[in-house]
Each structure stands twice: as structure tokens, then as C-alpha cells.
Write a protein that binds this ligand. Sequence first.
Ligand SMILES: Nc1ncnc2c1ncn2[C@@H]1O[C@H](COP(=O)(O)OP(=O)(O)OP(=O)(O)O)[C@@H](O)[C@H]1O
Length: 308
Amino acid sequence: MIEVAGLTKHFGKTRAVHGLTFQVRPGVVTGFLGPNGAGKTTTMRLILGLDRPTSGTATVNGMPYTRLDAPLQQVGAMLEARGVHGGRTAKAHLLALAQSNGIPRRRVGEVLELTGLSTVAGKRVKGFSLGMSQRLGIAAALLGDPKVLMFDEPINGLDPEGIRWMRTLLSGFAAQGRTVLVSSHIMSEMEGLADQLIVIGRGELVADTTTRELIEHNARAYIRVRTPEPARLTAVLTAEGAQVAAAEGELRVTALAIERIAELAAREGVPVHELAPQRASLETAFMDLTAVDVEFSGARHNGKEGTR
Ligand SMILES: Nc1ncnc2c1ncn2[C@@H]1O[C@H](COP(=O)(O)OP(=O)(O)OP(=O)(O)O)[C@@H](O)[C@H]1O
């Protein structure tokens, strides 16, 4: 369990994190979402005791990280995949970590196996691709077999196969009853991965809910209708109480069931070329939620994408 209460971190005039309160529970994957610069990394660093909060507290299993006995056996984290000394082999890196933390050597072989790195264990880390570095970061986090896992942008830069692998791995950890917190600034990554979501914007909590609820409550679904007679169909549907918006050569209909739209079109003899429910995506829900909270706009925002 991770608990954050009134957590605040200011860097000079920048309010990186402000009055943040949330809990991350075991047994589910919790997504930690926010646009670039929202304060996700800062929050994770505060939880790991790498920075001191301006005020408020962050605890892991009831204790501040810095007061945990054998912290690597309680919390595993990957904050910066590329932060490993490049001259070492993957195995040497993990062995050094294990040794300095009182973790048995045999664990190194186990985590290499678990992360699919066994065949490259003897290779120098500086030749690793981003995906391999991510795996190594995860291997290191798993060394102490901790109950709490925290990964900062673990999916960033992975190919589709790597993403699938990461999803399976993370949901497996949750199924084992571990606490799993995983950050991202790309919402679509979290769809199908995270059960629970903590969304922040400008260092403040925007939502703390299940993924399903976030989508249902924050993004509106609509029915897409394509017809060569949009004006006539709009009149028919609005007379039945539907709300109809015309956009990009289609009608977007809400407040009327799809079956009813089909029946009315048939009754009035209006041809319909397409009738399709559009599911509200997590992306839309997130954009709606954080629309006023995006710190960077235009060039600066884009410039930061994918730099990790
Ligand atoms: N050491 C620091 N000194 C000064 N400002 C900092 C420092 N670390 C973070 N910040 C600022 O705090 C804010 C939050 O940054 P943080 O890296 O935590 O966001 P993030 O949500 O992880 O973003 P990203 O997705 O871009 O990594 C930003 O405005 C950032 O510039």
C-alpha cells in the first residue's frame, strides 16, 4: 500500500506537486496519469525518499521510504530506464545491486529469466535498446521480490510486442496481490492495463477512480450516422428528443438509442450508409479532465514527447 497525504513539493515558484492525497492499493494495477509536467515523476521521487516534500507525507506500507528496513525488499521502482552504468553487463549490474542490498545471488538469475533477459545477461548495458533497458530496470525493481512496485513511464518507447509483454507482466504482479503503480502521459496506454486511475494535472488531483468510471462519467459516447440526407434525418431524430451534431460529414447523435435511430430512418425512408456506436475512449475522458490543467502548450509540449 502506498499512501500520499497532503503531499506538496515546490521548486522555487514551480508548484510541481500541490496538496496531493491518494492511496494505491494492492491487487490491482493503478495508472498514474497526467500530461507532461503534471508532477508524476516528482510524486514518485517523493514516495521513494529521493526528494524531501515541502509539506505532507508519503508512506509505503505505513512508513516513510527512508525509514523502511531493507527497502528493496519492500518497494521496487524504475524511474529512469537509462540510468544504468553502461560499461557493466546486465548480470553484473544486478549482482552489484543484489550484493549491496543483502539479496541472494540466485535471485539475479530469476529476475533475468522473468524479464526475458537471460540470453543477453552477459552483454554490456550500453548496447541495450530502450526496450531492453526497460526490462533491465524492471529486473532490478524485482530483485528484492517486493510487494510494492512503481514504474515511471514503463511503456514509453516500447514496440507493440513490448507493450503486450509489459501489460501481461504488470497484471500478473497485481494478480499476485502486489501494489502496482505505473505512470504515463499517454492515456491510450492505460486503457486495458490499469484497473484504477489516479489522474493529476498541475500537481493536483483531478480524479481517483476506476478506469471504467472515468470513461463513463467523463467522455460522452455517441452514435455515428452517415446519410445522404442529413438535414431530413436530423429533423426526424430531434423531433424524437435526440441531440444531433453535424461534424466531418457525419451526424453525431446522443440521447437516442441506436435501435430507435434505425427504426426512425427506416420509417421515414431516409437512406443510412453507416450507423455505429462510438465508444468514449480514455483519451477523450482524459482530455476533457485535464483540458485546463495542461502546463505546456504547442511547441514545448511536443518537444518533450518521447525524450525519455
Ligand atoms: N528538480 C527540479 N527543479 C525544478 N523544477 C522541477 C524539478 N523537477 C521537476 N520540476 C518541475 O516540476 C513540474 C513537474 O515535473 P514532473 O517531472 O514531476 O512531471 P511529470 O508529470 O513526471 O512530467 P513528464 O511526463 O513530462 O515526465 C514541472 O514543471 C517540472 O519542470
